[in-house]
Design a protein. Structure first.
Length: 502
């Protein structure tokens, strides 16, 4: 083995021990840690994270990475090549950022988070405005510093931020994709709203117990072939997935006594994230590779949640499970009514509670605003008004305060560039869904008693190489085509034209 790589691997083993400990503590914090215990645990998390961080910032280590990058050739295996390439790119990105700047940036985001929490509570954007301006300043500074490095050169400041979440993605790509979405989704939404189709949704809020929902959640996970010997589930306020270790991937959900579908689809969504991790090659762990992008990850979770989970075949399967675990919910309800209720389109204010159809608008709105801040110097004081204007324009709804408006998400306390990946996930999965349809009888697979056949196809085509390829290489290899919104828009149009008899 290359001597530099050998030295790097040794450090990485230690890095991973610290990181594993941090992940366990973080999972604990968000699930079961009592309020009074959080402060001490928070300090330990900060300590161990910093120990891990120092290992990668060590000058000898960084020199080893650079040397390995320069010596790397085709005789290296793909895993090592992908790992070193990403380590080197990461180093390059932060090469102009001094430790003082780094500290200042961390303070900015920490203060932004605290201000945002208070501002949201009080529904008052004014309390967050100054912090948001500082966050914008930070991102613009990072973009300017990276633009001095020829290998990282991008066309616009915002492109540098996008690159952190979805390598190679640009504002020009997104303008095109979201432009196409608006062109087709705006008139389609008008037709849906004008349709006289009535969908009954009354039974979605029928009372259920936590025990009933838990029983349903495990039934669904088993049906998804989620290996509970290598995975676990508990509850948290916001559902999430944690890749703890090679044989340990944990998800969370939440239980509301008047919204069983909320937990059900959280389980399917997080279960999708979990399946992706559990079925990635074991070699990824041996080679310290964990490079799935947000877009790749969301493509998989939303594939399970929407394309599979909200399909008629899946709704039929779940209907039977619901009838077993919580019979009162589907009493007097037909399978058709169940499917339609799960897919009802209702323009609303809150992104995380929106339906499959209107979700894209929530993302487009955030994208247009953050791009305007970074590329055209929009004064952040204008954000609440612009937010309202765009919600009226695209969805016909108006937030009457900032809590249900521009303060609803925490993402901007960290910076810009994250939101578009959610929508990109929908574009990717619609593209590979079209290939899957040609090779797998999807409805038959869904009705076969488990998702084993679907998972096997995903494993072979979608999961195997995700950590070793850029998103561009990945989607092109799976589908033979470059990123397009066409498949997603065709899928949406076909599905909702049918449901609403358009
Ligand atoms: Zn997700």
């Amino acid at each position: 083995m290359n001597q530099h790589l050998e030295a790097i691997n040794k450090t990485m083993e230690l890095f991973e021990r610290y990181s594993h400990a941090v992940r366990i503590m973080q999972y604990d914090m968000e699930t079961i840690c009592p309020k009074e215990g959080m402060e001490a645990q928070g300090e330990d998390i900060a300590f161990f994270s910093n120990e891990a961080f120092k290992l990668l910032k060590d000058e000898t280590f960084m020199a080893e990475v650079e040397a390995a990058y320069k010596e790397m050739d085709d005789s290296w295996n793909e895993f090592d090549r992908a790992f070193i390439r990403d380590m080197y790119r990461g180093q390059l990105k932060s090469s102009k950022i001094t430790p003082e700047m780094n500290l200042e940036f961390a303070r900015t985001t920490q203060k932004a988070f605290a201000d945002w929490s208070r501002a949201k509570e009080a529904a008052d954007f004014g309390m967050f405005q100054e912090s948001l301006a500082k966050v914008a300043e930070k991102d613009c500074k990072v973009a300017a510093l990276r633009s001095e490095i020829p290998e990282l050169k991008r066309d616009t400041p915002y492109d540098y931020m996008l690159d952190d979440y979805e390598e190679g993605m640009t504002a020009a790509d997104l303008d095109r994709i979201f432009g196409e979405c608006k062109e087709r989704l705006v008139p389609l939404l008008q037709r849906i709203q004008a349709s006289d189709k009535k969908i009954r949704t009354d039974f979605l809020s029928r009372k259920v117990t936590e025990a009933q929902q838990k029983e349903l959640a495990y039934k669904v996970l088993n049906y998804m072939n989620y290996d509970l010997n290598r995975g676990a589930m508990t509850t948290s306020e916001h559902p999430f997935t944690s890749e703890m270790a090679v044989d340990d991937v944990r998800i969370t959900t939440h239980y509301y006594d008047d919204a069983f579908a909320s937990s059900l689809y959280s389980v399917v969504h997080e279960g999708g994230h979990g399946l992706f991790e559990l079925n990635a090659p074991r070699e990824n762990w041996e080679h310290h590779l964990a490079n799935k992008t947000m877009g790749q990850h969301e493509s998989v979770s939303r594939f399970y949640e929407n394309m599979i989970g909200r399909s008629e075949a899946f709704c039929d399967v779940v209907y039977d499970m619901v009838a077993e675990c919580m019979p009162q919910v589907v009493e007097g309800v037909s399978k058709k009514e169940f499917y339609e209720a799960i897919n009802t389109v209702t323009p609303s204010l809150i992104r995380t509670e929106s339906d499959e159809f209107t979700y894209t608008f929530h993302i487009i709105i955030r994208y247009e605003i953050e791009k305007e801040i970074m590329n055209n110097g929009l004064d952040v004081a204008e954000v609440p008004a612009l937010w309202k204007k765009k919600y009226e324009e695209y969805l016909g709804v108006t937030p009457d305060n900032d809590k249900v408006g521009c303060l609803q998400d925490m993402h901007w306390t960290e910076g810009f560039g994250y939101f578009p990946t959610y929508a990109l996930g929908n574009m990717y999965n619609a593209m590979y869904y079209n290939r899957m349809k040609k090779e797998v009888d999807i409805d038959a697979a869904i009705k076969s008693g488990s998702l084993a056949d679907i998972n096997a196809w995903m494993c072979e085509h979608v999961w195997k190489k995700a950590d070793r390829q850029t998103p561009k290489e990945w989607i092109t290899e799976i589908t033979g085509r470059e990123l397009t919104s066409k498949d997603f828009l065709d899928y949406i149009e076909e599905k909702y034209t049918k449901i609403y008899n358009l």
